[in-house]
Design a binder for this molecule. Structure first.
Ligand code: COA
Length: 165
């Protein structure tokens, strides 16, 4: 399985349905446009047996971590750089849910972010989970911010360890 950059000429965005309108609409109306402006990149996983059908997608961009919300030891260690990769969106079509594709997409996103960080060093990855989905990210090693439990972070050092045990 391999993710590809969203190609609006090829991928069927209209029939994608993850059950969350905001995530469906982003894929349909914004993702390609935002990539064209270099504001974010959206990668999709296509069904190998159904040309153009999107199993799931994720969107990556950069943000800043709020250092004050991080544990003290991380605040000290990273005071000179609080850049963070952001998994801005991640969704799996309902027809494909519960088959491990979400986990595959999350690992794939982390691999890409780790590769990016090896070129332009940034110490964190953040994700804003939809209500009730934080647990999905915690299983992968993300830590919820104590004051906003649906917002989670993982250090690049931990991502590296997780991906290269
Ligand atoms: C959340 C979502 C991406 C999960 O995708 P999926 O393909 O169904 O998940 P997987 O089959 O890869 O599940 C991987 C693990 O996460 C768990 N998991 C899946 N969805 C979960 C959820 N909503 N909350 C907690 N755990 C969840 C699974 O039980 C599984 O655990 P296991 O390995 O112990 O069995 C998908 O349900 C989705 O797109 N939901 C709607 C959009 C959304 O809310 N996206 C998140 C935006 S932040």
């Amino acid at each position: 399985m391999k993710t590809l950059l969203l190609d609006k000429q090829h991928h069927d965005r209209a029939n994608f349905d993850c059950g969350v309108d905001a995530l469906n609409n982003y894929l349909k109306m914004m993702a390609s446009q935002q990539s064209g402006k270099d504001n974010s990149r959206t990668f999709v996983l296509e069904d190998a047996e159904k040309t153009g059908v999107i199993i799931g997608y994720y969107t990556l961009t950069m943000t800043q971590a709020d250092l004050g919300r991080l544990p003290a030891r991380l605040q000290k260690k990273h005071q000179s750089n609080h850049s963070a990769g952001l998994i801005a969106r991640l969704a799996v079509d309902r027809r494909y849910a519960g088959k491990g594709y979400g986990e595959f997409l999350l690992v794939d996103a982390l691999v890409k972010l780790l590769q990016a960080s090896e070129v332009v060093a940034f110490p964190f990855v953040l994700v804003d989970a939809k209500a009730g989905v934080a647990r999905f990210y915690e299983k992968m090693g993300f830590t919820p911010f104590h004051d906003v439990p649906d917002s989670l972070f993982m250090t690049m050092a931990d991502i590296r360890r997780t991906l290269n045990p």
